[in-house]
Design a binder for this molecule. Structure first.
Ligand code: PEP
Ligand code: MG
Length: 584
C-alpha cells in the first residue's frame, strides 16, 4: 500500500494502489461499517414463532433481491457470484442454526442471525488463506444485509447516482448491488489487487483504488470527489480546473481502452518478428469469458483453492466437473492446473492458527500431510487429462525442496497405477512442473530442472520471500518491490537453471501484468507470461510494438542496477518513452 495524504486548504488528495482503471466523478458515499457485535437479547417465548416468521420473510426478501439483480444482469460472472450467495441463504444447516436459537433458546432474531453466521465466518477466519478471507467478506455482507432487511433498513435509498463509494472493504455482492445503482467509483482501505471485489470492479468497468487510508481524513457524505483508477489518485473537494481536467481524461481513457482491446486479436509477435505467449491466470469460472475477448492463449495458472470452499464435499467428480468446464473454455489451448495452495480450509479442522502463516503450512507442504486430498486432486487432473490429451499440465505450488517434487512424482505414479487397474484413461505424458516462489528452490533450479517438465515463476511470493517483506503488511508495503534487483537476479538464475535441461520457464506472478516488466522478461529470454485477463491487451500492445533487442537492453540495465530506485527509474523511463513514441 503506497498511501500518502496531502492536504491543501480545500482539496484533500489521497493516493492508493490503482486496482481498476478509469475516471470516476461524483459525491462521496461512506459505506456503513459492519457490526462488531450484537447483544444476546432474549425474547418472550410466546413471540418465538412470529420472530422466526419475520426472519424467514427477511430471507425471502433478500433472496428476491438477489434474483432481481440476476435478472437485471448480463454477465455470467455476476450471476455465478449471486448464485453462491443464494446458496448460503438456502443452506439448511445455517437456517436450522438460526431457527433453534429463536425457537429453542429464545434469542432475538438479530442475535440468532449474527451468531449463526459467525460460526461460518470464524471457521474461515482461522484458515489464513487469501481465498477464505474473500469468502468471509461475502458472508459478512449477506449477514448484514439480512439483519438490515429484518430491521427494514436498507442503504439502497441513500446512494446517489454517480457516487464514489468509500468502504473499509467491499464484498462482491455489495459491489454488484452498488453497480446497479450507477455508482462511478470505489475506494477501499483493505482488499488485495486480486480480490474478488477488484476482479469484479475490473469486469464491471468501475474505477477502483485500494489501500487508501481514507478514514484518517474526514471524508464527508456527499463531498465532491474525483477518482483516477489508473494512477490511484483521489481528490476530495477538487478545484474547478481539476474537475475539467478529469472530464478530459475520462474521454481519453474511453478512447484508449477501446484501442487497446484491438490488440487482443493480433498475433503475439514483437515488431522484429519474435513470437511470445500470453496466457491467463484464472481463479473463478466467471473469468473464463474474457479468455477470448482479451486475447489469452490458454491458461497459465488455474488457481484451484477457491473450489475447496465452494463445495462442502469437493470430491474427485466435483473437481473433474470444474476442470472440464475450464478446459472446454480454453479453446484447445494449454491449461496449467495448480494443486491446492490453501493453508487450510473448512475441511481441515486440525489446522490451527499459525503465527507466521506465510512461512507455514501451505501449498505442497500441507498436501503432503494430506495424502488423500493430494491423491484425489491428482486423480481428478489425470482423469481430465484423458479427456483432453496433450492439453493439460499439472503444477505444484510452494515447493522448497527437491524431496517434495519426488513425493509428488511418487503420488502421480501411484494414482496412474490405480487408474490403469481400473481401466480409466489418462494422459501418460501429462507434464508436471513447479512454481518457483521460494528462493531456496530458485537456488536449486538446475537440479530441480532435471526432474520437472517446466517452471512457472510466482513473483508475488518470490518477492516477499526474497525480500522478507510480508505482502499484506501495510507498514512495510513500500519495501514490497518486485523490481528489486535481487528479484531480477534470482529470476535470471532460474532461467539459467532451466536452460541447463532445456525446460520452459514462464512467469505467472503479477509482475507479468506490467508491460515494462513483461518486456524485461522477454529480454531475458522468458517468452511465456501469464496474467489476469484484464491486463493482457495493454501488455500485448506494448510488447507487439517493441523489438527484442530493446527489451534485451532494458533487461541488461535492470539486472545490472544495484539500487531499487535505479531499477524503477529505468523501467519507468522505458515505459514512458515507449508510450510517448507510440502515441506520436
Ligand atoms: C505468486 O506467488 O506469484 C502466484 C502466482 O501465486 P499466488 O498469488 O496464488 O500466491
Ligand atoms: Mg504464490
Amino acid at each position: 500500500m503506497n498511501k500518502s495524504i496531502k492536504e491543501t486548504e480545500k482539496t484533500v488528495r489521497l493516493t492508493g494502489n490503482p486496482a481498476s482503471g478509469g475516471i470516476g466523478m461524483g459525491p462521496a458515499w461512506i459505506m456503513p461499517e459492519s457490526k462488531a457485535s450484537v447483544k444476546p437479547e432474549k425474547i418472550d417465548k410466546s413471540k418465538a414463532e412470529s420472530e422466526l416468521d419475520r426472519v424467514q420473510k427477511a430471507v425471502g426478501d433478500v433472496l428476491d433481491g438477489f434474483e432481481k439483480l440476476k435478472s437485471g444482469s448480463e454477465g455470467d460472472e455476476i450471476n455465478q457470484i449471486l448464485d453462491a450467495q443464494i446458496e448460503v441463504l438456502k443452506d439448511p444447516q445455517l437456517m436450522e442454526e438460526i431457527r433453534s436459537k429463536i425457537i429453542e433458546k429464545y434469542f432475538g432474531p438479530s442475535y440468532a442471525i449474527f451468531e449463526s453466521f459467525n460460526k461460518y465466518i470464524e471457521l474461515l477466519d482461522g484458515t489464513n488463506a487469501e481465498w477464505a478471507k474473500e469468502r468471509m467478506v461475502d458472508i459478512v455482507s449477506i449477514r448484514d444485509e439480512l439483519m438490515q432487511t429484518l430491521q427494514s433498513r436498507n442503504y439502497d435509498m441513500l446512494v446517489e447516482k454517480s457516487s464514489i463509494v468509500f468502504a473499509d472493504e467491499i464484498s462482491a455482492t455489495d459491489l454488484i448491488k452498488l453497480s446497479s445503482m450507477d455508482i462511478s467509483g470505489i475506494v477501499m482501505h483493505k482488499g488485495g489487487l486480486t480480490s474478488h471485489a477488484v476482479i469484479l470492479a475490473q469486469s464491471l468497468d468501475l474505477p477502483c483504488v485500494v489501500g487508501v487510508d481514507w478514514q484518517r481524513v474526514k471524508v464527508q457524505q456527499k463531498a465532491p470527489v474525483l477518482l483516477d483508477g489508473d494512477s490511484g489518485e483521489i481528490f476530495i473537494h477538487p478545484s474547478e480546473e481539476k474537475r475539467e481536467n478529469f472530464i478530459e481524461r475520462q474521454q481519453l481513457h474511453k478512447e484508449k481502452k477501446s484501442k487497446v482491446l484491438e490488440w487482443a486479436e493480433k498475433p503475439a509477435e514483437t515488431n522484429c518478428g519474435s513470437s511470445f505467449t500470453i496466457r491467463a491466470n484464472i481463479e473463478f469460472e466467471n473469468e473464463l469469458a474474457r479468455l477470448k475477448t482479451h486475447g489469452a492463449k490458454g491458461i497459465g495458472l488455474l488457481r484451484t483453492e477457491s473450489c475447496l470452499f465452494q463445495s462442502t464435499n469437493f470430491d474427485v467428480e466435483a473437481q473433474m466437473k470444474f476442470y472440464r468446464t475450464v478446459v472446454e473454455k480454453a479453446d484447445g489451448e494449454s491449461v496449467t492446473i495448480r494443486l491446492f495452495d490453501a493453508g487450510g480450509d473448512k475441511l481441515l479442522e486440525d489446522h490451527g492458527n499459525e503465527s507466521n502463516p506465510f512461512l507455514g503450512w501451505r501449498g505442497i507442504r500441507m498436501l503432503l500431510d494430506k495424502p488423500e486430498m493430494l491423491h484425489h486432486q491428482i486423480e481428478a487432473i489425470l482423469r481430465i487429462s484423458g479427456e483432453f490429451p496433450g492439453q493439460l499440465k499439472l503444477m505444484v505450488p510452494m515447493v522448497s525442496r527437491i524431496e517434495e517434487i519426488e513425493s509428488v512424482h511418487q503420488t502421480v505414479e501411484n494414482v496412474k497405477q490405480t487408474l490403469k487397474e481400473k481401466g480409466i484413461s489418462f494422459d501418460d505424458d501429462l507434464p508436471i512442473g513447479i512454481m518457483i516462489e521460494v528462493p531456496g528452490i530458485a537456488l536449486m533450479a538446475s537440479e530441480a530442472a532435471e526432474i520437472v517438465d517446466f517452471f512457472s515463476i510466482g513473483t508475488n511470493d518470490l518477492t516477499q520471500y526474497t525480500l522478507a517483506v510480508d505482502r499484506g503488511n501495510e507498514h512495510i508495503s513500500g519495501l514490497y518491490t518486485s523490481t528489486h534487483p535481487a528479484v531480477w537476479r534470482l529470476i535470471k538464475m532460474v532461467k539459467e537453471g532451466a536452460d541447463t535441461q532445456g525446460i520452459p520457464v514462464s512467469v505467472c506472478g503479477e509482475m507479468a501484468a506490467r508491460p515494462e516488466l513483461a518486456a524485461c522478461f522477454l529480454g531475458m529470454g522468458i517468452n511465456e507470461i501469464s496474467m489476469t485477463t484484464n491486463s493482457i491487451p495493454s501488455v500485448k500492445s506494448v510488447l507487439c510494438r517493441s523489438s527484442l533487442r530493446e527489451m534485451q537492453k532494458l533487461a541488461e540495465h535492470v539486472l545490472g542496477s544495484t539500487h531499487v530506485k535505479k531499477a524503477d527509474e529505468l523501467l519507468k523511463e522505458w515505459l514512458h518513452e515507449k508510450t510517448e513514441s507510440l502515441n506520436r
